[in-house]
Design a protein around this ligand. Structure first.
Ligand code: SAT
Ligand code: MN
Length: 609
């Protein structure tokens, strides 16, 4: 399609305005068709950027520049009018100043390239919960990824009509080409100090420059669906959350939907695609990363998955850690920064088998002897630790039939979790909504040797798993959660649970098998939502009654389960002290009084016991 095919005056004007600054060689409006996807992929394969995979139909491997392998939090900005509105946990720059810098960078930045206009919808087109965006990009790789991750094309333009609302998302890889120059198969991007991932929340505007990777460039995901949407949600009275969405069916055929927020590296995608080990139970996937939730007429919260695909971490994904993910990526998948084996297939660390053949090409593009082990020393990985697959959600065997229901699914429970070797029990339920918000506000994972800068053993808290993704002050975000709890009657609100699959014993061994067996905890949570008589009240909340977690066929000794489900009073006292002295002060006087009251009430309950 061409620019004159756009009937929406504001979109057309914005594209023209952008083109006048970025000066692309051509402008192309995406229709979202398979033919368009195939043509762009072919061009990228011919240019040497993409490598088709013999073993996986319609699948292509890309290798990025070593400087462009993940989200760049240090270069991510919330440029609200007032610094206070971005809050202490976001990087703020004055929006006028930032626009001046970035306008300079955007000038002529698309020379030698095509400017693609991507009309996209976050969520099923026409849903009351969905939102439209327009991404302008000079990267065909971004167009193809957006095809998978969102709903793209003519149908979105039709939905927008002549004056529908949309979020403006501008992206340039920041590598203009001189006449006659070409990328020659190299990944285009700018130097680190010229990368900017910028959000202008008041204008519902995203400007990204210099990176072509993941959340820096696929602007529908973290930039729109979390950072900008969290601001919209605050203003409009709904929730935009970094949460997976599950459908659970019990042996009687009764269905419930739950969402869950976990900091990174807690196995969220694995949980989203879990194959249960408890007999008679069924778990299906609605989403693996983001949930948008609005109150329905019945006073319950309804969630949609705003995305249409999975952008998952590849390393350690295997038939045993996540069979459904492995099935989802058998065809029509984009791989980025994975290894390539002699037989024309991808490979990564802990994929569950060794690569076929004598050599592999690593994510740098270097030929190496095939590894003899499934893991590699740090820094010598075949696949980059943040290597990704981009796969259509509809290819997932566990995808629920209603995953695209425009009405969304009614949510019965929220799970919050983290990677905590001690203190936090396997599962407990909050006493009420505000206590649940308190739990969400303190989740985090213990720092392991993987992070050099922090003290090992400290808890790095990531409230609601939203710290890098909230587009406004986290203190105001907590307040928004407290306010959300007042919008309906307590019985209609989702119940809130704190789970921890990562407890370790004195020898440092995991006490709980995790993965598929987490379904045993999901079953308990499900029954709690039915007010089952399966809990006892403790100082920290409701916990499983002895015998109410099914461990049949599990290699977990009763005394270990007992320890997993005990209140560690001394541990909690330390937890309270850390929250009071180190965590909450970060948010200054914006911490809602309801949360400091919850902290004190918990302390009082524990000291009475
Ligand atoms: O790169 S993404 O932001 O899409 C994924 C992630 O970092 O969580
Ligand atoms: Mn995520």
């Amino acid at each position: 399609m061409e620019i004159n095919d756009i009937k929406h005056k504001k979109i057309k004007a914005w594209v023209e305005e952008t083109a006048a600054i970025c000066r692309p060689d051509a402008i192309y409006v995406c229709d979202g068709s398979q033919a368009e996807y195939d043509r762009l992929m072919d061009e990228m394969i011919k240019s040497g950027l993409g490598t088709p995979l013999k073993k996986r139909p319609s699948s292509v491997l890309f290798r990025s520049d070593p400087s462009d392998v993940a989200r760049v939090e240090d270069r991510t900005y919330i440029a609200s009018a007032k610094e206070e509105d971005a809050g202490p946990t976001n990087h703020w720059i004055d929006p006028n100043e930032l626009k001046k810098i970035m306008s300079g960078l955007y000038t002529d930045s698309m020379k030698g390239r095509t400017l693609y206009v991507i009309p996209f919808s976050m969520g099923p087109i026409g849903s009351q919960i969905s939102k439209n965006g327009i991404e302008i990009t000079d990267s065909a790789y971004v167009v193809c990824n957006m095809h998978i991750m969102t709903r793209v094309g003519t149908k979105v333009l039709e939905n927008l009509g002549e004056d529908g609302e949309f979020v403006k998302c501008l992206h340039s890889v920041g590598k203009p080409l001189a006449s006659g120059q070409a990328d020659n198969g190299t990944w285009p991007c700018a130097d680190m100090e010229h990368k900017y991932i910028s959000h202008f929340p008041e204008e519902r505007l995203i400007w990204s420059y210099g990176s072509g990777y993941g959340g820096n460039a696929l602007l529908g995901k973290k930039c729109f669906a979390l950072r900008i949407a969290s601001v919209l949600a605050r203003d409009e009275g709904w929730l935009a959350e970094h949460m997976l969405i599950l459908k659970i069916t019990n042996p009687k055929g009764e269905v419930k939907y739950i969402t869950g927020a976990f900091p990174s590296a807690c196995g969220k995608t694995n949980l989203a695609m879990l194959i249960p080990t408890v007999p008679g139970w069924k778990v299906e996937t609605i989403g693996d990363d983001i949930a948008w939730m609005k109150f329905g007429k019945d006073g319950r919260l309804y969630a949609i998955n705003p995305e249409a695909g999975f952008f998952g971490v590849a390393p350690e994904t295997s038939d045993s850690s996540n069979k459904n993910a492995m099935e989802s990526i058998k065809q029509n998948t984009i791989f980025t920064n994975c290894g390539l084996s002699d037989d024309g297939d991808i490979w990564w660390e802990k994929i569950g088998y060794l690569p076929k053949g004598e050599s592999v090409i690593d994510w740098h593009g270097k030929k190496r002897p095939a590894p003899l082990k499934e893991s590699s020393p740090k820094g010598e990985e075949i696949a980059h630790p943040n290597a990704r697959f981009t796969a259509p959600a509809k290819q997932c065997p566990s995808i629920a039939s209603e995953w695209e229901d425009p009405a969304g699914v009614p949510i019965s429970a929220f799970l919050f979790g983290g990677r905590r070797p001690s203190t936090i029990p396997l599962v407990h339920q909050s006493r009420n909504w505000n206590h649940g918000v308190f739990i969400g506000s303190i989740i985090g994972s213990e720092v392991t040797a993987a992070v050099i800068s922090d003290k090992i053993g400290q808890v790095r808290r990531d409230p609601f798993a939203m710290l890098p993704f909230c587009g406004y002050h986290m203190g105001d975000y907590f307040k928004h959660w407290i306010e959300t709890g007042k919008k309906t009657t307590p019985d209609k609100l989702p119940k809130i649970f704190y789970v921890n699959w990562f407890r370790k014993d004195k020898e440092g061994n995991f006490m709980w098998p995790g993965y598929k067996d987490n379904s045993r905890i999901l079953a308990w949570v499900f029954d709690r939502c039915n007010e089952a008589d399966n809990a006892v009240e403790t100082e920290i909340g409701f916990m499983p009654k002895p015998g109410s977690i099914n461990i049949d066929g599990l290699d977990v000794k009763p005394e270990v389960l007992k320890e997993l489900l005990e209140v560690d009073r001394e541990g909690w006292k330390k937890e309270i002290q850390d929250v009071r002295e180190n965590h909450y002060p970060k948010f200054g006087n914006k911490i809602p009084k309801e949360l400091t009251e919850e902290l004190s009430a918990l302390e009082a309950r524990l000291s009475k016991a």
